[in-house]
Design a protein around this ligand. Structure first.
Ligand code: HEM
Length: 431
């Protein structure tokens, strides 16, 4: 069953007994195992507590340089590929940029997919996502045994092997290099996030993987190498496709709504003047207020994660004393929740100003759930917002974007993420 009333959604998402994910997540488990996204109960609780410090704002600040470097590579590649006002799909460019960003932040590994599209890891990510959807939409393939005997099941296994071998290899290498550093006494590890101190190994910036490897040193955490791989795979998956989808829709919608884009340009010019290349700083991010409204509005219309599902372990009482019995899978379709006309007048229109503080004040907080909410909300939402602002700022400082097709002609696919069936065609002109 599915819920649409914000106060019922609140009851579901804030309930401490409804944290188990629904049936649909089983399609992703062969890849992610029981990482943070898919695990439940005590295992999830312990992991969430352990991983939360990895998203401390001081650690995120350290990633700014990676966001900037990769965004600048994107800007340069677009300059080469969108010559003479040619119209092209932007999605694959942005997706490779976010994959490179998550590769470096999660594992400190340069995947370099922006410059080199044909690396086995990148191809395996694409293939695994495609096959997962193929399986999810064909009930005959739901039993894993049956699926594994089909050509797509075998192809999926092949892709998973590449994905798992890659992360296993990165973890092994990282462990070795940490050990070498420890021997050289170059590492000083401070792990007390409650007192606002952060993790450092000498002067090297830390990837999420380092934080997990540090956590592994504490036997109480009972963290095996496979557990670490599951978490790294989860970051790699959950951290790139979602962010790419959000960026793609924001770029396209700004290309369709030139009056909003003009405000973005104005804001960026106020912050950066004529400078087209200097790195975006934390202070700049705080000043990109209108850009943030645009990202939020794009996530309202096209939430990257189109639906959420929970399996009820016990009865859930909704408004008017309606009870959903234990054992039911409850679904939340974010895209329709976000287009409720009584909450969002002119629901189909792109109006970033809806998210001005004064316009949100009377809106139910659970009427907008692109990052979910409650105890199982998105752990990476601040990371995503920072990354998106940097990438969009670099793009719009350098280009004017024009949508090369009408929004109503774009076929939308509700897959693992919300994506356009045939990409999003735009034209770029230098500023
Ligand atoms: C615009 C970008 C993003 C969107 C819209 C988004 C959305 C979401 C949503 C809706 C959930 C809840 C899923 C559910 O309940 O089934 C979620 C969970 C999660 N997200 Fe994100 N996400 C984004 C970016 C990221 C990034 C960048 C990372 C990591 C670097 C990340 C890591 C995770 C993890 C680990 C979970 C599971 C949390 C838990 O269950 O405790 N996400 N995300």
């Amino acid at each position: 069953m599915s819920l649409s009333n914000p106060s019922d959604i609140e009851k579901l998402l804030t309930s401490s007994v409804c944290t188990e994910k629904g049936e649909t997540y089983k399609f992703i488990m062969p890849w992610l195992g029981e990482g943070l996204l898919t695990s439940s109960g005590k295992k999830w609780q312990k992991r969430r507590k352990m991983i939360t410090p990895a998203f401390h704002f001081k650690i995120l600040e350290d990633f700014l340089v990676i966001f900037n470097e990769q965004a600048n590579i994107l800007v340069e590649i677009l300059r080469e590929d969108f010559l003479n006002g040619e119209e092209k799909d932007i999605c694959e460019y942005v997706t490779r940029c976010t994959l490179d960003i998550i590769g470096e932040t999660a594992m400190d590994r340069r995947i370099d997919s922006q410059r080199n599209k044909d690396t086995p890891y990148v191809m395996a990510v694409t293939k695994a996502c495609e096959i997962m959807l193929h399986r999810a939409t064909r009930p005959l393939l739901w039993p894993y045994f049956v699926f594994s005997l089909t050509p797509s099941g075998r192809e999926y296994q092949k892709s998973l092997k590449i994905l798992h071998d890659f992360t296993t290899m990165v973890i092994k290498e990282r462990k070795k290099s940490q050990l070498a550093e420890a021997h050289a006494k170059a590492s000083e590890v401070v792990t007390n996030i409650e007192t606002d101190e952060i993790y450092w190994h000498g002067k090297r910036r830390l990837a999420f993987l380092d934080l997990l490897l540090d956590a592994q040193k504490n036997p109480e955490n009972e963290l095996t190498d496979t557990d670490i791989r599951e978490e790294v795979d989860t970051f790699m998956f959950e951290g790139h496709d979602t962010t790419a989808a959000s960026l793609n829709w924001t770029i396209f919608l700004l290309g369709c709504n030139q009056h909003c884009q003009a405000k973005v340009h104005e804001e960026l010019d106020r912050i950066f003047g004529d400078d087209r290349s200097r790195h975006v700083t934390t202070k700049d991010l705080a000043e990109m207020k209108y850009l943030e409204l645009c990202i939020k509005e794009a996530l309202r219309l096209y939430p990257s994660v189109p639906f959420l599902a929970r399996y009820l372990n016990s009865d859930l009482t909704l408004d008017k004393d309606i009870v959903i019995p234990a054992g039911v899978n409850v679904c939340l379709m974010s895209m329709s929740i976000h287009r409720n006309e009584t909450i969002y007048p002119e629901p189909e229109a792109f109006i970033p100003e809806r998210f001005l503080p004064e316009n949100c004040a009377n809106r139910h907080p659970f009427a907008y759930i692109p990052f979910s909410a409650g105890p199982r909300n998105c752990i990476g939402q601040k990371f995503a917002m920072m990354e998106e602002k940097v990438v969009l700022a670099q793009l719009f400082r350098n280009y004017k974007v024009e949508a090369a097709e009408r929004r109503e002609d774009v076929a939308v696919m509700i897959e693992v993420v919300t994506r356009p069936r045939d990409g999003l065609k735009i034209r770029l002109s230098p500023r």
